[in-house]
Design a protein around this ligand. Structure first.
Ligand SMILES: NC(=O)c1ccc[n+]([C@@H]2O[C@H](COP(=O)([O-])OP(=O)(O)OC[C@H]3O[C@@H](n4cnc5c(N)ncnc54)[C@H](OP(=O)(O)O)[C@@H]3O)[C@@H](O)[C@H]2O)c1
Length: 237
């Protein structure tokens, strides 16, 4: 195993990249806590992960509900489960023109992508700090660096994830919690997308080296750094 950590909690593990991350970490020998809203799908992911000989527990959670998050934290505490890696993968990835977005949709997306993610971090941070080797991974997007006009609310939420990662890294770092943000481009098999295997290879390396800001390609790393240094370039490039 590349890392000595043993238990990873993955949000949004019922489908998509979260499901594939669950199988990836299981293959590497990590025990898993898998969360999302869809209980049946989570259970089948947990079953598939268990085939690698690890313990995989499916716990339904709605990130928009503080009581659901408290139930999760209480259950982990009750079963004396201490998470080593908290992997914030879940997101509402809705793409919609801003003027067609309902107020409730804005509320739901921000609650899922930002508020729930912060609340879950708040609930689990004391346990992560106790063993002083905890890692919080926040899955962001290139859209959080350069706003995508067809994904305005989503882009704003990922910019907030980036800000949260920086702020929490500064505050929680001295308490032994490493906070990392991962800026994903499109992942998959479509032209121009980054293959999932390249994502997990890069993620494994970032965990082993305790990196703070992770890009998957050399070009995206430099372009996003250029945007940060010269924000007006975003209007030109
Ligand atoms: N796929 C890409 O190419 C890409 C590119 C850039 C960034 N990303 C980022 O990578 C992550 C995964 O993306 P994805 O494409 O795999 O997304 P996805 O297929 O839409 O899956 C999203 C996951 O989040 C869970 N989720 C959504 N709302 C939730 C809520 N209120 N409470 C709890 N769980 C909730 C969903 O499960 P339930 O519906 O069962 O709750 C699902 O498991 C996201 O953070 C996304 O922003 C992905």
């Amino acid at each position: 195993m590349a890392d000595s950590s043993r238990i990873v909690l993955i949000t949004g593990a019922s489908r998509g990249l979260g499901e594939r991350l669950a199988l990836h970490f299981a293959q590497k020998g990590y025990d898993l806590i898998l969360t999302a809203r869809s209980e049946e799908k989570l259970k089948s992911v947990a079953e598939a992960a268990s085939a690698f000989g690890v313990r995989a527990v499916a716990i339904p959670v709605d990130l928009r509900s503080p009581s659901s998050l408290r139930d999760l934290a209480n259950r982990l505490a009750g079963e004396r489960i201490e998470v080593d890696i908290l992997l914030h993968n879940a997101a509402d990835v809705t793409s919609k023109p801003f003027l067609e977005t309902e107020l409730e949709e804005i509320d739901s997306l921000v609650r899922t992508n930002v508020i729930g993610m912060l609340q879950l971090t708040r609930l689990l941070a004391p346990s992560l700090a106790r063993h002083r080797k905890g890692i919080v991974i926040m899955i962001s997007s290139l859209a959080g660096y350069k706003t995508n006009p067809s994904q305005t609310v989503y882009s704003i939420s990922k910019a907030a994830v980036n800000a949260a990662a920086d702020a929490l890294a500064a505050e929680l770092g001295p308490q032994g919690i490493h906070v990392m943000k991962v800026a994903l481009p499109t992942i998959g098999e479509s032209p121009g997308a980054v293959p999932f295997e390249q994502y997990t290879r890069r993620l494994d390396r970032a965990i082993a080296r305790r990196e703070s800001e992770v890009f998957l390609t050399f070009s995206s790393a430099w372009l996003m750094r250029l945007y940060r240094a010269f924000p007006s370039l975003k209007r030109l490039l």
